[in-house]
Design a protein around this ligand. Structure first.
Ligand code: C2E
Ligand code: MG
Ligand code: MG
Ligand code: MG
Length: 292
């Protein structure tokens, strides 16, 4: 009987793997057509200064609205896009769209930043820096408003090439953030050598801060001290509770992002969010008027 149950489990597992594979093939097959049909779109999640609550910018996050499968999140299709290298054209579309939309935001000539996730395959693509240069010029976005997010794991797989490309971006005036920081194993010396401006502390380190007495706070404190020592800005990802915000303010983290502030917003809602903030905070609007 135990043997039969074991066989059942194997059969269930095989069926599961088959259905995963079928889904994967289905998504991969309709990818290029979906790009042409314009099924991808961006949402923007606000990032605010922890000390003052002032709006600093947004992270652009890609979504796929499939005609029959419905809304598909990036966790389901970005890994496939990377496997098939379709991430290169898709990522270029994301960067172009984010830069053009950000250039048109109500506080368009203020200092609001737009952060764009860039895959390792894009960094390795020969035409990457040229296409960034072209997109910046065509969109009219001030280069220092663009932040490129690279995951910590990418830094580790190809440190030499990454350092070169990041240096070229830096020369264009673009800022660089390390995404999901703490989940990889980059060394201090690597971090010091790379032209990086921002550390984004992964949500998994922010979650335990709900309980301020937890040991998790010690790890975050250490990462934040590292940020201070290396003169980097620090962003906490995935803040959902006020208690987490309170701990992070106390620890000197510079920027907050998470559902507590806002979920990612569509393009129109993003513009409304900015406009509302400008009304609440006239000093931001004054900066816009002064052309700062
Ligand atoms: P990420 O860059 O670390 O982005 C943060 C993710 O956390 C987003 O998920 C965001 O919606 C989610 N999030 C933010 N605040 C909270 C919170 O308070 N609670 C919870 N539970 N989640 C929160 P999303 O949009 O599903 O994106 C997942 C990942 O997909 C991103 O992680 C990023 O690595 C990747 N991704 C998204 N857009 C792009 C893109 O255009 N290009 C590339 N290469 N990767 C992308
Ligand atoms: Mg990111
Ligand atoms: Mg992240
Ligand atoms: Mg993360």
């Amino acid at each position: 009987e135990a043997k039969a149950a074991g066989k059942d489990r194997v059969a269930v597992f095989q069926a599961f793997m088959r259905s995963r594979l079928v889904e994967k093939m289905r998504l991969i097959n309709c990818f290029p057509e979906s790009m042409r049909r314009g099924e991808f779109f961006l949402e923007y999640q606000p990032q605010v200064a922890l000390a003052s609550g002032q709006l600093e910018g947004f992270e652009a996050l890609v979504r796929w609205r499939h005609p029959t499968l419905g809304l598909i999140g990036p966790d389901r299709f970005i890994p496939l896009a990377e496997e098939t290298r379709l991430i290169v054209p898709l990522g270029r579309w994301v960067l172009r769209t984010a830069c053009f939309q950000a250039a048109r935001w109500p506080a368009g000539d203020s200092q609001l930043s737009v952060s764009v996730n860039i895959s390792g395959w894009q960094l390795q693509d020969e035409g990457f820096v040229d296409s960034v240069t072209e997109i910046i010029a065509a969109s009219g976005l001030r280069p220092d408003r663009l932040v490129i997010e690279i995951t910590e794991s990418v830094l580790l797989t190809n440190p030499t090439l990454t350092a070169t490309v990041l240096g070229e971006l830096k020369a264009l005036g673009i800022r660089v953030a390390i995404d999901d920081f703490g989940t990889g194993y980059s060394s201090l010396s690597q971090l010091r050598q790379l032209p990086v401006d921002v550390i984004k502390i992964d949500k998994s380190f922010i979650d335990p801060l709900v309980d301020p007495s937890s040991e998790g706070a010690a790890i975050v404190a250490m990462i934040l001290r590292l940020g201070v020592d290396l003169k980097l800005a620090t962003t906490a990802e995935g803040i959902e509770h006020q208690s987490q915000w309170d701990v992070l303010v106390g620890l000197g983290c510079s920027t907050a992002q998470g559902y507590l502030i806002s979920v990612p917003l569509g393009a129109a809602a993003t513009e409304r969010f900015i406009a509302a903030r400008l009304r609440v905070r006239p000093e931001l609007a004054a900066g816009v008027r002064a052309g700062r």
